[in-house]
Design a protein around this ligand. Structure first.
Ligand SMILES: Nc1ncnc2c1ncn2[C@@H]1O[C@H](COP(=O)(O)OP(=O)(O)O)[C@@H](O)[C@H]1O
Ligand SMILES: [Mg+2]
Length: 195
């Protein structure tokens, strides 16, 4: 606690139910999370009631290791660190009463890419507005962005194929690409059902 500044200390020892800490890169968020977990454990919260989630396994593990290292041995036993993705996955698998889809397969990035390559292989001819050939991995990136950001296809194209170009770039002129992309996405959806 004594290595934290005032705001970090406030967050680490916060007593309410929900707390959102928003701060830029390198400003001490991770240090705050570590201090928060330590504080909770030292004040009697069982480590198995604490869940550390991050976007990468490496950073989740690192946080858990640092918390353990700063506490006396066995004090942090049961503390879990995981990625958002794998934690959600285990939630789905372990609770069929809530998530009844009995069996499903996850496609990792390589699977997705081979899937798109298969689809693109048959009718690949798309050139973008700047006459650059648009490759399957770029199409996959557009698709992923559109789904994750819940935005329109034209916004995703502007963002991913044209380097976040301003809205004045009219991607509807990219008619072949738009049509091609849409038909590929439909193929992709069908293909996913077969897996
Ligand atoms: N209160 C503080 N005083 C001195 N150094 C700090 C403080 N908080 C964080 N740091 C250091 O700043 C760097 C970035 O901190 P980190 O917690 O990793 O930031 P973030 O997770 O926001 O990117 C680390 O080297 C960390 O040890
Ligand atoms: Mg960090």
């Amino acid at each position: 606690m004594d290595t934290l500044n005032e705001q970090q200390r406030y967050a680490a020892s916060y007593n309410g139910k929900h707390l959102l800490v928003l701060a830029g890169a390198g400003t001490g968020k991770t240090r705050t999370i570590i201090a928060r977990a330590k504080f909770l454990i030292e004040t009697g919260v069982s480590p198995d009631r604490i869940l550390i989630l991050s976007f990468t396994r490496k950073s989740a593990n690192e946080i858990v290791e640092r918390i353990s290292a700063e506490l006396p041995e066995t004090k942090s036993e049961g503390l879990t660190g995981s990625t958002f993705h794998s934690w959600c996955m285990s939630l789905i698998k372990n609770h069929p009463e809530i998530f009844p889809q009995a069996s499903f397969t996850l496609l990792d990035e390589d699977d997705q890419e081979s899937c798109f390559k298969l689809i693109c292989g048959r009718h690949w001819k798309y050139k973008g507005l700047n006459d650059r050939t648009i490759k399957p991995d770029a199409i996959l990136e557009v698709y992923s962005y559109m789904v994750n950001a819940m935005c329109s296809l034209s916004s995703a194209i502007r963002m991913k194929l044209y380097d976040n170009a301003p809205e004045t770039l009219d991607v509807s002129k990219d008619n072949d690409v738009l049509k091609g992309v849409i038909s590929m996405y439909l193929d992709y959806k069908k293909k996913k059902k077969i897996y």
